[in-house]
Write a protein that binds this ligand. Sequence first.
Ligand code: M6R
Length: 663
Amino acid sequence: MCGIVGYIGNKSAVKPVLSGLKALEYRGYDSAGISFISKDKPLTIKQVGRVEALEEELAEQGTITANLAIGHTRWATHGSPSILNAHPHQNTDETIFVVHNGIIENYQVIRSRLQKFGYKFVSETDTEVIPHLIDYYLIEGVSQETQASGVQGTDEERKEAVPISTVTANRSSKRSNLGASAGRVLGSARKQAGTVSFLEAFEAALKDLVGAYAIGAVYAKEPGKIYVARLSSPLVIGVGVHENFLASDPTAIMEHTKKVIYLNDYEVAEISADDVKIHDIQKAIAVHREHEELDFDQEKAVLGDYPHFMLKEIFEAPQTIQSATRGRLRADTNTVKLGGLESVDQQLKYIDRIVIVACGTSYYAGLVGEYLIEELAGIPVEVQLASEFKYRNEPFSRSTALLAISQSGETADTIAAIKKVEGYGVLRLGIVNTVGSTIARMTDAGVYCHAGPEQSVASTKAFIAQVTVLAEIALHLSQGRTRLYKPLLQELLKLPEKAKEILEHTEEIEILAKKYSGYRDFLYLGRNYSYPCALEGALKLKEISYIHAEGFAAGEMKHGPLAMIDQDFPTFAIACKSPLLEKTLSNIEEIKARKGPVLVIATKGDKQIKKLISDVIYIPDTLEQLQPLLIAIVLQLFSYYVAVEKNLNVDRPRNLAKSVTVE
Ligand code: M6R
């Protein structure tokens, strides 16, 4: 989703901002823009489409001398992708420039109020209210009561404090505080127009906003500063020598600096070339925060000989399993060492319930984790969609642990789910791929996936890493008390070789993908550990090939899905070695009896299946508990080849973004 990059320093600002925007391209976007101040004059350039188009247009401007720039890649939420809707947005005088990631939920109210004061809007976006609102406070003055009290502590409080419709002032009266309750503010002490600093106006505007934001703002009259703010959206400040940066995530600035400061919710920073001043607007205090050193190297995501990142990332499965187990599993001693959980090991002993929260593919990895942890460690596990969990009213006790799973570590719903349990004394754990991401920082303890950057929107190697880590956590929690402990630990270490075996023979999968690419619908079936795989397989197919696909537990067929089956509705059945295999084979028979085309994933050496079905893809034999790691590779490849056959944009499927940073 939207990406933000900013630069202020003694070098040329445009180049690092453009390269930062390119580094954020993987998040997904449909337009891009940049504002910079050159020779004290602000200029904004925007383009629909790729950052390259923006770069070309900038090249036409000739040499640009600018030491300050803010840039943005936009993933459309309010209004279609267009130059007018692209960021940065500005006030009418073109002195205030704003880039924003997030959603301003009360933008309609603010917009109509500002319109009554004569403000003109040119875009359909929620963001455009921000520069106008700052402008308003610069002109109208700021209520000192509002400034001092920081009235809008929580979203609820801020909603209460934004009855803008109760303010009846018109543009000429210029005396009402736009965002605060008339009863509370009118007549209170006010900093008069002309005496309000940009920072004060910026903070006053922020207090009116309900929703989520990471904001970068520039004021043409202060060409040496970038103002930033954050609430429930990712933002990091990069600290350099006589230069500072701002970005949605560290990948955008890592080639320049590894010193970073993460802003917390309700914090505002005033960034100049040599200084970063932070202020907490909720507590109304200055914050001193030292920078952190990023302890990982930027792995350049390069395609190499692969036509798409998705294929490259699928082929990284063997290394992914290796990286997730390296230093954690020891074959000689049969031990599991999860350094990230050591600090909470004592607490873990008293955990009697685990709630896993995640979205999309990470949610399906969580479902595999549910089976694993319950079977190996005997601890009851529930897996909940983060978007549902955050609004549910359910009881939890201190002996419940929340486990958030996320590749990006920035998924808004998952972050909200973790926030929800704050104050309940619940242990918050994370399985995260992106080092230093919001979820990695806000959980009490956790285990990194170490899968390296995942560029393709479709999550592939992250699923493999998440399931591997979940198997390790299940082993760890079992404390060796399950008969499966040793065989599973030993087998997990053999999985990279078995994954390689699949990847050495992808032709069969490619042939079948071509054969089935013309269908409009697809059913995915599995039982037990294969059931979450069926759900994930269906998601992968619809996500990149736009074919309607549904995943079901095979045992559910007679409870409804069987009605859909005919010669035009194929089924992808997962029928690998398992005590329940015979039951799945019966389901396949039932589908065949209704003329439904079937293709199957089976375990190498299974002779029975070939007698039943001709389209079979074999995976190497492994423990049923670890089959999802191999099954997933087949399902990912199948979806990939279908999308390629349909000539679709595999890495950037329509309407989707890699990092879902808004609700
Ligand atoms: O970064 P996260 O793991 O939190 O992302 C969750 C989902 O948005 C993500 O898995 C999504 O479903 C993928 N595009 C699926 O391939």
